[in-house]
Design a protein around this ligand. Structure first.
Ligand SMILES: NC(=O)c1ccc[n+]([C@@H]2O[C@H](COP(=O)([O-])OP(=O)(O)OC[C@H]3O[C@@H](n4cnc5c(N)ncnc54)[C@H](OP(=O)(O)O)[C@@H]3O)[C@@H](O)[C@H]2O)c1
Length: 314
C-alpha cells in the first residue's frame, strides 16, 4: 500500500510517499481502506520531534489520526462493524497511520459515517470535534444557558467548537483575526471579537466557560473574567496548564482544565447526532491529494488554516 512516512524528524520535506506492506487487523481491530484523512497540528509536532517520548524511537513513522473509509477486514472479536461499512474515526495515541491507503484502528475508535457526509467531510471531523465536545461538554460543563468564550475560533478545533457550543445551548462569544470575523459569525457565534483589539478576558464578563483553543492565554488572566462556577479549558499541554489543572481540579469554582482528546464510539455517535440534526457541519480549508501531504502540512503550520486540511487518499 502507499503511505506517507518519514525516516527522521524535521520540516515537511522529510515526508515521502512510499510503498509499505499493508497492516493486518489484530484482535479488536478493524482494517480500513482509507478514502480521506485529515491533518492536525499534532502530526506536525510529532514530525518535528516534540513528542519523542510518546511517539517512540523507531522509524519510519506514519502520519495521521483522522480517517474516513470503508471496512476492508476484521480482526478477531469485532462485534458491531462489518466488511463494507463506511466508517469514520480517530486513532488514539502517538503512532499515526491514516495518511495511507490502509490503516488499522480499534473498533472502539470508529463509528458508522453519517450518510449525508462525503468521506472528505467525515475525515474533517473526528479529532477536532471530539476535542471540542470533550472540552465544552465534559470539562466546561457547557449546557443550556451557558455563556461561553471561544478563543481562536477559526481553526480546526475552533470552527467546530462554535457550532457545538451553540448546539449545547450556550450563548457564544468568539475571538479571531479581523479577516475571519464574518466567517465565524456565519458559524453561529453571537458575538465576534478581533483578538488584536479585545481578548474577552476583561473582569466581569462572567463566562461559564472560556475555551482557549489557540492556547496562548493564561488561567491566571482568564480567572477574573469567569463567573462564580466558571471553568477555563486549554488545549495546550504545558507545565503550567498541567499544574493549573491538578491544582484546581477539585475546587467547586474557577477551575482550569486541560483537554486531552480521546476517541470513542459513543462520542463519535454523538457527533453523528449533531450532524444529522444540522447542528454540525465540517469546515474544510482545502483538500490535497496524498502525494501533496507535505504541502498540506506546511499550510497547517502557517497557523492560518480556516477549518481543516483534508487528504484525499482514494
Ligand atoms: N489537547 C488536545 O487533546 C488537543 C486536541 C486538538 C488540538 N489541540 C491543540 O489545539 C490547538 C488548536 O488546534 P487547531 O487544530 O484548531 O489548530 P489550527 O487549525 O492550526 O488553528 C489555526 C487557527 O489559529 C488561529 N490563530 C492563529 N494565531 C492566533 C492567535 N494569536 N490567537 C488566536 N488564534 C490564532 C488562526 O485564526 P486567525 O487566522 O483568525 O488568527 C487559525 O484559524 C493546537 O495547539 C493543537 O495542537 C490539542
Amino acid at each position: 500500500m502507499k503511505a506517507i512516512i518519514y525516516d527522521r524528524y524535521g520540516a515537511p520535506d522529510v515526508l515521502e510517499l512510499r510503498e509499505l506492506a499493508p497492516p493486518v487487523a489484530a484482535g479488536g481491530e478493524v482494517l480500513v481502506r482509507v478514502r480521506a484523512a485529515a491533518l492536525n497540528p499534532k502530526d506536525s509536532l510529532i514530525r518535528k520531534g516534540k513528542f519523542k517520548a510518546a511517539s517512540g524511537p523507531t522509524f519510519p513513522k506514519l502520519l495521521g489520526y483522522d480517517v474516513a473509509g470503508v471496512v476492508e477486514a476484521l480482526g478477531a472479536g469485532i462485534t458491531k462493524l462489518r466488511i463494507g461499512d463506511e466508517v469514520f474515526g480517530m486513532r488514539n495515541g502517538f503512532t499515526g497511520g491514516t495518511v495511507a491507503e490502509l490503516v488499522t484502528l480499534q473498533e472502539t475508535e470508529l463509528c458508522l459515517k453519517p450518510v449525508a457526509l462525503t468521506f472528505e467531510e467525515a475525515a474533517a471531523l473526528p479529532l477536532t470535534s471530539l476535542t471540542a465536545l470533550q472540552a465544552l461538554r465534559d470539562l466546561g460543563g457547557v449546557g443550556p444557558g451557558a455563556r461561553v468564550l471561544i478563543h481562536g475560533a477559526s481553526g480546526g478545533v475552533g470552527v467546530v467548537a462554535v457550532q457545538l457550543a451553540k448546539a449545547l445551548g450556550a450563548t457564544v462569544t468568539t475571538t479571531c483575526s479581523e479577516k475571519n470575523l464574518e466567517f465565524v459569525r456565519s458559524l453561529g457565534a453571537d458575538e465576534t471579537l478581533d483578538y488584536t483589539k479585545e481578548t474577552g478576558l476583561e473582569p466581569g464578563r462572567d463566562w461559564s466557560c472560556v475555551f482557549d483553543v489557540f492556547g496562548n492565554r493564561r488561567f491566571s488572566t482568564a480567572k477574573a473574567s469567569l463567573g462564580p462556577r466558571g471553568v477555563y479549558v486549554s488545549t495546550v499541554p504545558s507545565v503550567r496548564s498541567v499544574f493549573d489543572d491538578l491544582r484546581t481540579r477539585w475546587l467547586p469554582f474557577k477551575k482550569s482544565r486541560l483537554v486531552v482528546v480521546k476517541s470513542n464510539t459513543t462520542d463519535l455517535e454523538a457527533l453523528c447526532g449533531f450532524v444529522e440534526r444540522g447542528q454540525l457541519k465540517p469546515i474544510i480549508d482545502r483538500v490535497v491529494p496524498l502525494a501533496e501531504t507535505a504541502a498540506g502540512q506546511a499550510h497547517v503550520e502557517t497557523k492560518r488554516a480556516r477549518g481543516k486540511v483534508v487528504i484525499s487518499v482514494s
